[in-house]
Design a protein around this ligand. Structure first.
Ligand code: UN1
Length: 503
């Protein structure tokens, strides 16, 4: 069933709601490919009642699922990984058609889904607490992790499937039910993944509402999700502005949230760093996903002594960037839609108005669909307002620094704190960068670029990035309810000495 959508056959009016059944009684949502403006499909969105119904169905599924032993839950996630493996190419093509990232990158994104499923399978046998020394004789002090409840996963268009999987694979082995609200720009990839997950669950006699889906506009659908007391955790990936609203609304009811918001990654080239390596990393970091990753390299910090050489080489490279249909062998596909092109133009205008110099690029290209641009190189100063903002487009700001301390201060001198990178051969610089007074980001790489985070580590960032952690390491703890217990194993009266009373 999943494959129908994945091959050519994108249906006329796909059901965009899945809980116990498929549905979608709300307005139709048109899905337009940024590759050439082709209308891929229309999706039937969720009504308010359907959202409430999906939450209730997910809650019912959770009440059952939390009693299934975690290793068995892991086995089902293993099968989900297998289903994704079998459809790797079809899913990648769908992601590319729907949001325009190159096929190579889309394959990488699907691989991240598979990898996190593998990771979660092992995790299913390891989610455990600690036993600690009790201060009372004959007592035991233990910590346990229990399933949490319904997890709403709200994802962005730039990683339309991987971010769901980072959350869903963990949440499922942790014993939670997942309710997914994908970006309205990428509902088809979400429908395809949900179909695969539902098939796996059904085959195993489990409620398909464990992998529920509601497609619809954030303002209507998303709002209902974040306010519902039956949603234990909201994992939101998206803009700082929306994330702030989500965080406050969830906190208002003392729910839990994981926020993955904007980034503004800088790459520092050290005085003696490997220029060749840094250059290649900037290429991938700034141009990958057409500059629409949270981890995209947006700022390059260069020492005065190496500025001209680095910028010269970068300009040469940028002049050769191949741009076009992301199903072909190109380095950069389109932006996600025309609005993104307009946003990029506005940012460049603002940069010029603030006194920055656009060295090259930034022009829209006259290709079908109207979503293609050339990547921009901009000489700027760190304090410019435009440099402080995250513009989801291939704009790279070139900045100078004098001392290494200044480079770190500039790298940290933005409101976002997701990703950062330093290219150096100097051990002291590397250690300083990774120390308590170094990078303030959730991700800090040495001699590796700002994007391309592996699923094995915890992914997320500080400050306006929101503080959430997803994927590897101990991020699973965010999806569970923690409990500390004292167990009197001896029957001894634990009364403090000198306390006397009669029952
Ligand atoms: C994002 O842009 O929201 O590190 C996630 C990377 C990817 C994930 C980015 N693994 O670029």
């Amino acid at each position: 069933m999943g494959t129908e959508l994945l091959q050519t056959g994108i249906e006329v009016a796909c059901a965009g709601v899945h809980a116990e059944e498929w549905g979608g009684g709300g307005p139709l949502l048109e899905v337009i490919s940024p590759i050439d403006g082709e209308r891929l499909a229309a999706v039937r969105t969720a009504t308010a009642e359907e959202v409430d119904h999906a939450i209730a169905a997910a809650q019912r599924a959770f009440v059952h699922w939390r009693t299934v032993p975690a290793p068995q839950r892991g086995e089902i996630v293993r099968q989900l990984g297998e289903a994704l493996r079998a459809q790797r190419e079809e899913l990648a093509l769908l992601v590319t058609r729907e949001m325009g990232k190159t096929l190579v990158e889309a394959r990488g994104e699907v691989q991240e889904m598979i990898d996190i499923c593998d990771f979660a399978v092992g995790l299913a046998r390891q989610i455990g607490g600690r036993t600690l020394p009790s201060e009372r004789a004959g007592h035991r002090l233990v910590e346990q992790y229990h399933p949490l409840g319904v997890v709403a996963v709200v994802t962005a268009f730039n990683f339309p499937v991987a971010v769901w999987a980072w959350n869903a694979a963990l949440a499922l082995v942790c014993g939670d039910a997942v309710l997914w609200k994908p970006s309205s720009k990428t509902p088809l990839s979400a429908i395809a993944c949900t179909r695969l997950a539902a098939e796996v669950l059904q085959r195993n006699g489990q409620p398909t509402a464990l992998a529920s889906l509601v497609v619809g506009r954030g303002a209507e659908i998303g709002d209902r999700l974040i306010r519902s007391p039956d949603v234990a955790l909201v994992s939101y990936t998206g803009s700082v502005a929306t994330g702030r609203r989500v965080g406050v609304a969830v906190q208002q009811r003392f729910g839990r949230s994981i926020l993955e918001l904007g980034g503004n990654a800088a790459l520092i080239l050290g005085e003696h760093g490997n220029l060749e390596l840094a250059l290649r990393s900037v290429f991938f970091g700034a141009l990958g996903t057409s500059g629409q990753r949270c981890t995209t390299t947006r700022r390059v910090l260069l020492p005065e002594s190496r500025y001209d050489e680095f910028v010269g080489r970068l300009r040469q490279g940028y002049a050769q960037v191949t741009i076009g249909d992301p199903r072909q062998e190109v380095l950069m596909g389109p932006l996600v839609d025309r609005a993104a092109v307009a946003t990029m133009q506005a940012a460049l205008e603002q940069a010029r108005a603030e006194g920055a110099t656009v060295l090259s690029g930034g022009e829209p290209l006259p290709l079908p669909g109207g979503c293609y641009v050339t990547p921009a190189l901009v000489e700027a100063r760190p304090e410019m307002a435009v440099v402080q903002e995250e513009t989801f487009a291939p704009i790279l700001y070139l900045l100078r620094y004098r001392t290494f301390d200044e480079a770190i201060a500039l790298q940290n001198g933005v409101r976002q704190g997701l990703s950062s990178a330093l290219f150096t051969e100097d051990l002291r610089e590397a250690e300083l960068f990774l120390s308590a007074v170094g990078s303030d980001c959730g991700l800090a790489n040495v001699n590796a670029g700002t994007s391309g985070a592996e699923i094995g580590g915890a992914f997320g960032g500080e400050k306006e990035t929101g503080g959430g952690r997803e994927a590897g390491s101990d991020a699973w703890k965010g999806y569970m309810r923690r409990q500390t217990s004292v167990i009197n194993a001896s029957g001894a009266l634990p009364l403090a000495q000198g306390v006397r009373f009669t029952l």
